[in-house]
Unconditional design. Structure first.
Lengths: 196, 192
């Protein structure tokens, strides 16, 4: 069987964040953070550089505290696999404003491209669906991306879209790793200059 | 009944088989402190010692309780809630402290306020030896991870400790943990 076609991660994330509106973005550690930064740094991006497994839970807490704002979590297959329980917790809370996209290259990109469980068929969209996410999808081709972008931006959440991407090595685009700065600028952009 | 305030004094047995402190209504007083500090997100993996406080939080309209599959999820959720302008607390048993270690770096490196209330196992009168290894290192583990630790052995000290922890956590963007001893909670005796 032929290898199914796959997306290019940078162009897929550029499409998803291209018209982000007032969306709040949480990026998981490693390449998802670089992919989001490559689209253009933004004060309403919160990048994780560690605490692996936390992207979905940070997005969930933000979605619960800001129910009128769309919250998008951008993470990778490695981080998602480390925190699968968070999908159950998010599904139990059912925040209608929470969208998750998993950039799935089927490898641990930061540590030498060792294969992850998704390389042998573990189905992250299926796990989210059976946890109780309202909509899920796995996207392999650019022509499927339009529907996925619409789902991530507007469908009633929680929704999860897996982007099956080829395992390219893209140029590093590194945002600040000063966590306190990232936190304070996010809060000021969202809550006003009195917040820190 | 109201005069007995020491957990290691006279004890009762409640419906869940726990031997409980016959003291003041500390869960209600702790709940009041959480409200005083505008805590609304209550994330938890349940423990018998937290059962009453959890009930109070579920019964209160202004509280947003979230059950976790594992304790470190609470650190992420509370960081996200703080990004969104809201405060919370993480409730867990001492065994959950070990699950949290790496994720505590999120609170520390980003200076997120983090308030935790930990009910102890493996510490005083424990019947189950499997609880002992983590229970014995819970306080030191939290300190090594950068938390300010308040160890409470008597029920009347619980709410003041939560007040102290909440004040420094939210004023100072620090991690603070209140550890509630089995001396005040009583020990699970595995009897019908």
């Amino acid at each position: 069987m032929d290898e199914p076609s796959k997306l290019l991660r940078r162009s897929a994330i550029a499409r998803i964040l291209g018209d982000r509106g007032d969306m709040l973005v949480v990026a998981g550690l490693g390449s998802p953070t670089y992919d989001c930064a490559a689209v253009g740094d933004h004060p309403l991006n919160f990048y994780l550089w560690g605490a692996m497994g936390s992207a979905v839970t940070v997005g969930l807490g933000l979605a619960l505290a800001q129910p009128k704002r769309r919250v998008l979590v951008v993470t990778g297959d490695g981080e998602m696999l480390m925190g699968l329980g968070a999908l159950a917790t998010a599904a139990a809370k059912k925040p209608s404003n929470l969208a998750i996209t998993v950039i799935d290259n089927e490898h641990y990109g930061e540590t030498g491209m060792q294969p992850t469980h998704t390389s042998v068929g573990v189905d992250l969209a299926g796990i989210a669906r059976t946890c109780g996410f309202r909509q899920t999808a796995t996207v392999r081709q650019m022509r499927e991306l339009d529907a996925a972008v619409t789902m991530l931006h507007t469908a009633e959440g929680p929704v999860l879209v897996v982007l099956k991407v080829s395992s390219t090595r893209d140029p590093l685009v590194l945002p600040s790793w000063d966590g306190a700065l990232l936190k304070s600028r996010f809060r000021q952009a969202l809550l006003g200059t009195q917040a820190a | 009944m109201a005069t007995q305030t020491r957990g290691h004094g006279r004890a009762n047995k409640d419906d869940s088989g726990m031997v409980t402190a016959d003291g003041p209504n500390w869960p209600s007083l702790v709940f009041d402190k959480l409200r005083e500090f505008d805590v609304c997100h209550v994330t938890y993996v349940p423990d018998s010692g937290h059962a009453r406080l959890i009930e109070l939080c579920h019964a209160a309209n202004e509280m947003k309780p979230t059950v976790l599959t594992t304790e470190e999820e609470g650190i992420g959720i509370l960081a996200g809630a703080w990004l969104g302008g809201e405060r919370g607390v993480l409730l867990m048993q001492s065994s959950g402290v070990g699950n949290c270690i790496n994720t505590l770096s999120l609170a520390r490196v980003c200076a997120f306020p983090l308030l935790m209330i930990v009910t102890m196992r493996g510490e005083w009168g424990e019947a189950n030896p499997w609880q002992v290894p983590m229970g014995q290192i819970a306080a030191d583990t939290l300190r090594l991870a950068g938390a300010i630790v308040y160890e409470v052995t008597e029920p009347e000290a619980a709410a003041p400790a939560v007040e102290a922890a909440a004040r420094i956590a939210f004023n100072g963007n620090l991690t603070a943990a209140v550890l509630l001893s089995q001396r005040m909670l009583g020990a699970k005796l595995f009897k019908d």
